[in-house]
Design a protein around this ligand. Structure first.
Ligand code: UD1
Length: 420
C-alpha cells in the first residue's frame, strides 16, 4: 500500500488548479444511463472513485471514451440492470444508478452499499422516494430489487431531513417519470444545481435545484448533452487551509468563492485572507498563527462536514480553544486520535470536539479511515516539525487528484512511497 512521506514546516507559495468536483462528476456519470444518446462530460477528475463508477457503468452496458479530462458516456442500450455487490460496496455513490436504471428500464437490482467508517449511512430516504414514485421495492440478500413495469410516476416527496444523495437520486429518477414530482426539504448543495443544469441540457424540466423545493416535470425521453463538471469545493476548501497551517500564499485556479458557503466566514475569521481575483482565489495567512474559531457542520450553505477534518487540523495549531460540532455523520472524528499522535490537544465528547491549539505539531506515522480525514492529516503534516508518514493513501486517491504533485509544485516536501 502506498504511503505519503511529508516533511513539514515549509511555507507554500504558488498555484493549485482545482479539479472537477468528485461528488458532482459521479452523479453526472449516473445520468448517462437516462439517455440512449452520448453524454459528454469535461473537467472530470482522474480519481479512483471515477474509475470505479466507470467499471460499474461498463457492466451495465455503457460505453466510455476518455480523452484527457473528458469522458463520453454512451448508453445506447442497457445490457444489464444489475449492479453487483463488488462494484457498489466500495463506493456509496454507485447506488445512484438504481433510479436511472429503474426510470429507463422499469427494473433494477442494485446491491445495498452497506455501512462505512464515518457512520451507518442508510439509504432509506432513497428507497422511500422511489417507492413514492410507484416503484415496487424489496430487499433480498443484500440487494434492492426494484420494479416499475409501467414506469415511474411523479409524486410529492417530503424529506424528513436533508440528504444530498437522496435528493439527487429522486431528481434523476423523476426526469423520466410520468407527471410532476415535487421534492420538499431538498438538499441545496451546489452539486445538485450542477446535476440539474446538465439534466436540463438533456431535455429535463427542472425548477428550483439549489433551493429546498425542487419541481421536476417528467419527459418521455432525454437526449445527449455536453457538460463541464463544476470545480470541487471540498478540494478548494482544503487547499485554502494549507497556507493556514504552513504559512505562505496560494492562488487556487478555477476555485469559486460562492461554492464554499459558511466555510468562507470560518476561514476568514481564523485569520486567512481570501481574495477573489479573475485568475481564481488568492489565499494567505495574515499573522504567524491562525485563531480558534467554533464551527458546526450543517447541510449547504452551512459548514460542510467534508471539510471538518481539515478544519480540525487547522485548529490544532490555532491560538485559543475551538469547538467543532459534527451534526451530519455520527462517527466522523476518527482523525482526532491520529492528530493527537502528532501532538494535537483534542478531546472528543460524542459529536463535539474541543481543540486546544498548540504552537507546533510534530511529525509521526499516522493513518486515516476515510478520504477527508486523510486530507486533514496531510494538512497537519504540512505544518508539523519533521516527517509524517500518512498511511493508506488509497483513501486520498479516491478524492484528491494528483495531491502530491499539486502540493510539491508549491514547495511542499511530499513524496509518495510505493508499497508492495
Ligand atoms: C454526500 C457526499 C458526501 C458528504 C455528504 C454530506 C457524495 C458522493 N457524497 O453523501 O461527501 O459528506 O453528502 O454533505 O456526494 N441518511 C439517511 N438515510 C438516507 C440517506 C442519508 O439516514 O437514505 C443520512 C446519512 O447517514 C447522513 C445524513 O443522512 O447521516 C446525510 O447524508 P447524505 O446527505 O445523504 O450524504 P451522501 O449523499 O451519502
Amino acid at each position: 500500500m502506498d504511503k505519503l512521506a511529508i516533511i513539514g514546516g515549509r511555507p507554500l507559495f504558488g498555484e493549485v488548479t482545482i479539479s472537477g468536483a468528485k461528488n458532482s462528476a459521479l452523479k453526472l456519470m449516473a445520468a448517462s444511463l437516462l439517455t440512449a444518446e452520448p453524454l459528454r462530460l469535461s473537467n472530470v477528475p482522474a480519481l479512483a472513485d471515477v474509475n470505479m463508477l466507470l467499471r460499474l457503468l461498463a457492466e451495465l452496458g455503457v460505453a466510455a471514451e476518455r480523452d484527457g479530462d473528458g469522458v463520453e458516456l454512451s448508453a445506447a442500450t442497457i445490457s444489464s440492470t444489475v449492479a453487483p455487490y463488488d462494484l457498489v460496496r466500495k463506493m456509496r455513490a454507485s447506488f445512484n444508478v438504481l433510479g436511472p436504471l429503474l426510470a429507463r428500464e422499469g427494473e433494477a437490482k442494485v446491491s445495498l452499499p452497506g455501512g462505512c467508517a464515518i457512520g451507518a449511512r442508510p439509504v432509506d430516504l432513497h428507497l422511500k422516494a422511489l417507492a413514492a414514485m410507484g416503484a415496487e421495492i424489496d430487499l433480498d440478500e443484500g440487494y434492492v430489487n426494484a420494479r416499475a413495469p409501467h414506469g415511474l410516476v411523479g409524486a410529492r416527496i417530503d424529506f424528513p431531513f436533508v440528504s444530498v444523495g437522496a435528493t439527487e437520486h429522486a431528481m434523476l429518477a423523476a426526469t423520466l417519470a410520468k407527471g410532476v414530482t415535487e421534492l420538499h426539504n431538498a438538499a441545496r448543495e451546489p452539486e445538485i444545481a450542477d446535476l440539474a443544469e446538465c439534466l436540463i441540457k438533456m431535455g429535463a424540466r427542472i425548477d428550483g435545484a439549489g433551493a429546498s423545493e425542487i419541481r421536476i416535470e417528467g419527459v418521455a425521453s432525454l437526449s445527449g448533452a455536453a457538460h463541464e463538471v463544476m470545480p470541487d469545493r471540498i478540494e478548494t476548501g482544503a487547499y485554502a487551509m494549507a497556507p493556514g497551517v504552513a504559512g505562505g500564499e496560494l492562488l487556487l485556479r478555477r476555485a469559486r468563492l460562492d461554492l464554499l458557503g459558511a466555510a468562507v466566514g470560518a476561514l476568514q475569521e481564523s485569520g486567512l485572507d481570501i481574495e477573489e481575483t479573475p485568475a481564481g482565489l488568492k489565499v494567505a495567512r495574515r499573522g504567524e498563527r491562525c485563531r480558534a474559531v467554533d464551527i458546526v457542520t450543517q447541510p449547504f450553505p452551512g459548514f460542510p462536514t467534508d471539510l471538518q477534518a481539515q478544519f480540525m487540523a487547522l485548529m490544532a495549531t490555532a491560538q485559543g480553544v475551538s469547538s467543532i460540532r459534527e451534526t451530519i455523520f455520527e462517527n466522523r472524528f476518527m482523525h482526532a486520535p491520529e492528530l493527537a499522535r502528532m501532538g494535537a490537544k483534542i478531546s472528543v465528547n460524542g459529536q463535539l470536539a474541543s481543540v486546544v491549539g498548540v504552537d507546533r505539531l510534530k511529525g509521526a506515522p499516522v493513518m486515516a479511515t476515510d478520504l477527508r480525514a486523510s486530507m486533514g492529516l496531510v494538512l497537519a503534516a504540512l505544518g508539523a516539525e519533521g516527517q509524517t508518514i500518512v498511511n493508506r493513501v488509497y483513501h486520498l486517491d479516491r478524492g484528491f487528484e494528483r495531491l502530491e504533485q499539486k502540493l510539491a509544485r508549491c514547495g511542499a516536501l511530499i513524496e509518495r512511497v510505493r508499497g508492495e
